[in-house]
Design a protein around this ligand. Structure first.
Ligand SMILES: Cc1cc2nc3c(=O)[nH]c(=O)nc-3n(C[C@H](O)[C@H](O)[C@H](O)COP(=O)(O)OP(=O)(O)OC[C@H]3O[C@@H](n4cnc5c(N)ncnc54)[C@H](O)[C@@H]3O)c2cc1C
Length: 421
């Protein structure tokens, strides 16, 4: 049998691509390396609590097409819970609202004065095009000032990206960064509204099963083989063969683009130079602890200070009561996230220093979760995409396109490829 499409990977990119293609009556198969579906958004139940294995995932989109497609498959009122975004920043043993620039009035007076001086100086500068800067460090300093950069933006972003921010090119960040509006910052600091009163502050979260519920529902009716890592791809007479047994006219590859040369030799040998660059792209992983903590009304807590290794706690227990082993108790579940590889001892020692009486329940490490761009990464990937598209080989998703996608963006990309067909 020759499939119309074989999709490599069952993360949100692979599942939504296969779903859209099956809506078009295409014969589609998904091959997934792991024993389970979902990729980065995979969740399990651990000691009765919902565990987002790679950090908490919530779904949100501003794209009407994505929302219209998504909600066809779910009963918004009965299967989802509207959740409030209530993020805070924990610094110097105190809680600050998020984003920090809207809560400057909570800073100690000496620091506040410096920040105000920076902001006044920046706001009186001539208008700059938003992407005027060469790199992420310059962008943050140029828009928020040196004081906020040193206090918050640098330590927080350095922890997440584990990469010199001056080496992060702006092309990667286009459209992904909030631009500060000095008038709004001043107004917000006078009005002193809490984040939960702001317009962008609510989202929908599955009542049961977290992001795995989304994957499982979209996967209904799809033909998926788990435990099937694609290790060999060959091409003859316009037909692709995967692992010597699965034949297809088209491949949608959502795995790591850096592994492509290895599994597709010798078919892309003519692209060797391009692969030399692509295989060197840097990435790093995440580690996390599923914990139990005191009840709180927070959804996220950002932890910028260098003395902590963690950068964020996500209070998944607040998004749905079914995420907690004890629905009525005074404790909820949460996930403490660390960038990169951290050992269990370091993580369990760290939570003793954090607020909320955290108790570790489970842990996980993911080798690759954050992609890092270098200058010209986008150009190399676009070039590769163009070459592969000619052979009906489509790259799609966070690691295949080397793009910092969220779930909604992955769906948007799948829609843009396959819906017009
Ligand atoms: C800590 C963290 C928090 C996040 N929070 C959010 C959030 O709150 N909201 C949001 O929308 N997004 C969030 N994201 C982003 C989101 O996780 C990704 O956008 C999304 O999961 C990417 O999906 P994907 O299908 O492109 O890739 P993946 O999820 O990586 O899926 C790729 C799949 O392909 C499989 N695969 C790879 N190679 C092969 C092979 N050779 N053969 C067979 N199978 C293969 C993998 O096993 C995997 O299952 C977060 C990401 C991280 C790291």
């Amino acid at each position: 049998m020759i499939y119309d499409y074989i999709v490599v990977g069952s993360g949100i990119s692979g599942i939504s691509s296969a779903k859209i293609l099956s809506e078009k009556k295409k014969k589609v198969k998904i091959l997934e390396a792991k024993p389970y579906t979902g990729g980065l958004v995979h969740c399990e139940i651990s000691s009765g609590n919902l565990y987002h294995k790679v950090g908490g995932h919530v779904f949100n989109s501003k794209n009407e097409d994505v929302l219209a497609w998504f909600w066809k498959y779910f009963d918004k009122e009965n299967e989802f819970i509207p959740a409030k975004r209530n993020a805070q920043i924990w610094m110097n043993n105190s809680f600050f609202g998020y984003p920090l620039e809207n809560f400057l009035y909570k800073l100690p007076e000496d620091i506040l004065k410096k920040v105000i001086n920076d902001i006044l100086a920046l706001s009186s500068q001539k208008e700059k095009p938003p992407m005027h800067y060469d790199n992420f460090e310059q962008f943050l300093k140029g828009n928020f000032g040196e004081t906020l950069y040193e206090l918050y933006f640098h330590p927080y972003n350095q922890k997440i990206w584990q990469f010199d921010l001056s080496q992060v090119p702006m092309e990667w960040l286009k459209g992904k960064l909030p631009m500060p509006n000095y008038r709004d910052i001043i107004l917000q600091n006078i009005l002193q509204k809490e984040e939960s009163d702001m317009v962008h502050s609510s989202f929908y979260y599955p009542k049961r099963g977290g992001s795995q519920f989304i994957i499982d529902r979209l996967a209904e009716g799809l033909d998926i083989n788990c435990n099937e890592p694609v290790t060999e791809i060959s091409y003859e007479n316009d037909v692709w063969t995967l692992n010597k047994k699965w034949k297809t006219k088209n491949i949608v590859y959502t795995g790591d683009v850096r592994n492509l040369r290895k599994i597709s030799q010798p078919h892309f040998a003519y692209l060797d130079k391009l692969f030399d660059t692509i295989e060197k792209l840097p990435s790093h992983g995440t580690s996390n602890l599923l914990c139990e903590c005191d009840k709180t009304d927070l959804s996220w807590l950002y932890i910028p200070e260098k003395k902590f290794k963690t950068h964020r706690i996500i209070y998944t227990g607040n998004f749905s009561p079914y995420n907690n082993s004890n629905n009525n108790g005074d404790r909820i579940s949460c996930t403490v996230e660390f960038s990169g590889e951290q050992d269990l001892k370091t993580m369990t020692e760290e939570i003793k220093k954090l607020p909320g009486n955290l108790k570790a329940l489970d842990s996980n490490k993911e080798k690759n979760s954050y992609i890092i761009h270098r200058k010209n990464t986008q150009t190399s990937i676009s070039q590769l995409q163009k070459e592969l598209n000619n052979k009906n080989f489509i790259l799609l998703g966070r690691f295949a396109e080397w793009e910092y996608y969220n779930m909604d963006k992955a769906i948007e990309k799948a829609l843009s490829y396959f819906q017009p067909m």
